[in-house]
Design a protein around this ligand. Structure first.
Ligand SMILES: CC(C)(COP(=O)(O)OP(=O)(O)OC[C@H]1O[C@@H](n2cnc3c(N)ncnc32)[C@H](O)[C@@H]1OP(=O)(O)O)[C@@H](O)C(=O)NCCC(=O)NCCS
Length: 170
């Protein structure tokens, strides 16, 4: 999967075992966790990383892609959580290493991945949830063709969430 967003040359490739250390650094960013979910979680523990490693050795994680930028290298990952055959919908998620934010990589990768979801796995709708206060992510998804479809109010324990979606065009 290759694509160009302005001057940004981004491609998506399968995850390799050698990427695990990078995933560890991407998952260790508590500011990204806060933006992502509204709360700071404990970083992934050894057993989780071990499981990811075993899955990779067994050829697993087919729905995950590493985001590569020409001249830069791997900057983050994007994934989907499985196509729902009843609705044709698929949820996606993305994270970039913090030093790579605000350079257009997220927009380019999300466009490429949604094209893949629509054209290759047969999705009719791609969706995701974003914390309402995550202005950067909401802006990025809008640039990548998503619209804000619903808002779920927060409460004492959870932040308000915006559901964003893109539909396949004929
Ligand atoms: C969210 C994320 C994937 C976006 O990727 P990215 O490469 O940084 O995004 P882009 O550079 O393509 O686009 C970001 C846009 O938001 C803008 N922006 C930055 N901070 C902003 C803010 N606080 N409010 C509104 N817009 C903001 C940027 O200026 C840019 O818009 P522009 O191109 O019109 O100037 C990445 O920043 C990331 O991994 N963040 C941490 C985890 C996260 O939030 N994940 C998403 C969970 S749903």
């Amino acid at each position: 999967m290759d694509g160009r967003d302005d001057d940004v040359q981004v491609s998506l490739r399968p995850v390799a075992l050698a990427d695990l250390d990078l995933f560890r650094t991407w998952w260790a960013d508590s500011e990204a966790d806060r933006l992502d979910s509204g709360v700071v979680r404990e970083g992934p523990r050894g057993e989780f990383l071990d499981r990811i490693g075993r899955l990779l050795l067994a050829g697993g994680l087919p729905s995950w892609r590493v985001i590569d930028v020409a001249g830069v290298g791997p900057v983050g990952y994007i994934l989907h959580r499985g196509l729902d055959p009843w609705t044709g919908s698929v949820e996606l998620a993305i994270r970039l290493g913090r030093e790579h934010w605000d350079r257009g990589y997220g927009t380019a990768a999300t466009r490429l991945f949604t094209d893949y979801l629509f054209e290759e796995i047969g999705a009719e709708r791609a969706w995701l949830e974003v914390v309402e206060t995550n202005g950067r992510a909401r802006r990025m998804y809008r640039k990548a063709g998503f619209i804000e479809a619903a808002r779920c109010p927060g409460d004492r324990d959870r932040p308000a969430i915006v559901v964003m979606e893109a539909e396949r065009r004929e």
